[in-house]
Design a protein around this ligand. Structure first.
Ligand code: MSP
Length: 519
């Protein structure tokens, strides 16, 4: 029987530029979650993809002297490659230039139009192409030489836009949105972001311009092809397209919609937490269950930007430090939801402190002791003490419960902190029991102690899989745990190691990182 569905999405990435650490981060968080939920028996749909229309992409293509579709093809392939290089386990990769998406967006538009949620008017106001967003004059910041700048921190100049436009009746949704937030207190996380959204909506909403006639690169408005749709209406709909919309009777739609989680960066929360539920409610579709806004990374204390030349290429980072190491660092270093600073010193500290000296050393020590003292076989249990069962619980069922609770709230750093506390408990257990000294005095007890440790490492490795999948799988190989016995249901009961099983020669899973001299 398939487990309870879990549908998680990343934002779809603009193809005007190539992937960087920010994109890798959002998808990584979703990947860890998707892996965790699959191992926990859920029926997961994990979606990522690329956002290919709009003025920003059209402009970037013009600057390169190529067609927007060509730029989209080129850069979408780079995002797809990033997903493969980073080992992401997305089930689908959507592109907004695909036929399935065109069909979904145009259908949604027709429904909104039929319900009189969209009307034709005239727009006159400020627009930031970089943010693909409209702003009121009162929100804008005066930049150097008097130019008006968007209030988003991107430093983007706004331009005056005037012309016929369709509008979505957003203003009329203010009260119903507030009521929706009230009834669904978990819809926006973290709490501080929820408060920001609430005060934004309480401040009053204006109807939203959802079409443009001044450029062509977008989805044509049904029955009025002089207009192309606002790129955010187009892009947000991807979450529906991937589950078969407009076929709301399809198996995918009935199984996975409403989505369990849209993961987004803090900069695009308003689109997901205000516009998106309004569009959906207006079309009679249930909104997603939750939107989580994570923070932004800086590089050695500086804002990451192309003009500063400090953009971090995730693939280069992986080549230097290793994939599991990068995954672990990004998810452990910063409380998820806060901004974080990437620094090489912090990265090396985490690799050596938590991975090499922590889980790596624990596994290597234990497996070497077993290799030398138990004829390279899983030791016999027996003669177990309270301390043994305490450790097995701390590294097994109790840890699973604690990690599950944190993962349900997207507290990746806390889940990993719990994990490392269990590793420390196992280290303390070795120190207290001194298995090396028991060989001569009490070999039975030695065997029980090493079995307890092997079991603790088995369950730790099973629980580490969502975060450090490669090292975890090598560790499980070293304990001769079969492929089919690596999910969370094997933590207790019949999944336990069978004494007498032959073990391969242990190999370190996490070498210490030594910074090359001069670096
Ligand atoms: N195309 C829109 C999303 C449409 S979703 C229906 C978009 N794309 S984006 O490529 O500009 O950004 C995608 C994600 O990358 C956002 O969640 C954003 O927060 C994230 N990041 C971009 N730079 C970042 C950092 N420096 N740090 C962390 N995440 C950042 O917005």
């Amino acid at each position: 029987m398939a487990g309870e569905p879990f549908y998680v999405t990343t934002p779809i990435y603009y193809v005007n530029d190539v992937p960087h650490i920010g994109h890798a981060y959002t998808t990584l968080a979703c990947d860890a979650l998707a892996r965790f939920m699959r191992l926990d028996g859920r029926d997961v749909l994990f979606l990522t993809g690329t956002d290919e229309h709009g003025q920003k992409v059209e402009k970037a293509a013009q600057e390169l002297g190529i067609a927007p579709q060509e730029l989209a093809d080129r850069n979408s392939a780079k995002f797809r490659k990033l997903a493969a290089d980073m080992g992401y386990t997305n089930d689908d990769f959507i592109r907004t230039t695909e036929g399935r998406h065109l069909k979904a967006v145009q259908h949604l538009w027709r429904i909104l139009r039929e319900r009189d949620e969209i009307y034709l008017g005239t727009y006159a106001g400020w627009y930031s192409v970089r943010d693909e967003a409209f702003f009121n004059e009162s929100e804008l910041i005066k930049g150097e030489n008097g130019k008006l700048i968007a209030p988003t921190g991107t430093g983007a100049e706004v331009e005056w836009v005037e012309g016929p436009s369709y509008f979505f009746r957003l203003a009329a949704w203010q009260d119903r949105l507030l009521e929706f937030y009230h009834r669904n207190p978990d819809f926006i996380a973290p709490e501080s972001r929820r408060n920001e959204v609430l005060s934004f909506v309480k401040g009053g909403l204006q109807d939203l311009s959802v079409s443009r006639t001044s450029f062509k690169w977008g989805v044509p408005v049904p029955d009025d092809p002089d207009h192309v749709m606002y790129v955010w209406l187009d892009a947000l709909t991807n979450y529906l397209t991937a589950v078969g919309y407009p076929d709301t009777e399809s198996e995918a739609f009935t199984t996975y919609w409403p989505a369990d989680l849209h993961m987004v960066g803090k900069d695009i929360l308003r689109f997901h937490a205000v516009f998106w539920p309004a569009f959906l409610l207006a079309a009679g579709i249930e909104p997603p269950q939750r939107v989580f806004a994570h923070g932004w990374w800086t590089n050695e204390g500086q804002k990451i930007s192309k003009s500063l030349g400090n953009v971090i290429d995730p693939t280069a980072l992986v080549a230097e430090y290793g994939l599991d190491q990068v995954r672990y660092f990004l998810l452990r270093e910063v409380p998820f939801g806060n901004d974080g600073d990437f620094s090489r010193a912090a990265m090396v500290q985490r690799i050596n402190g938590d991975l090499a000296n922590g889980i790596g050393n624990l596994a290597q020590r234990t497996l070497t002791l077993i290799q030398r003292n138990c004829e390279a076989k899983i030791p016999q249990g027996g003669d177990s003490s309270d301390g043994d069962s305490d450790l097995r619980r701390a590294c097994g069922p109790s840890l699973l419960a604690a990690m599950r609770q944190n993962m349900e709230q997207q507290r990746f750093h806390m889940a990993l902190q719990e994990f490392m506390s269990a590793v420390s408990a196992a280290d303390a257990y070795i120190t207290a029991n001194e298995p090396w000294a028991l060989k001569k005095t009490d070999p039975h007890r030695m065997s029980a102690v090493l079995y307890t440790l092997a079991e603790a490492i088995r369950t730790l490795a099973i629980l580490a899989q969502p975060f450090i999948p490669d090292a975890a799988s090598r560790l499980l190989d070293q304990l001769a745990v079969p492929e089919g016995k690596r999910n969370f249901s094997q933590i207790e009961g019949e999944g336990a190691l069978t004494p007498g099983t032959d073990l391969p020669k242990p190999e370190g899973i996490f070498p210490r990182h030594v910074q090359p001299s001069g670096a």
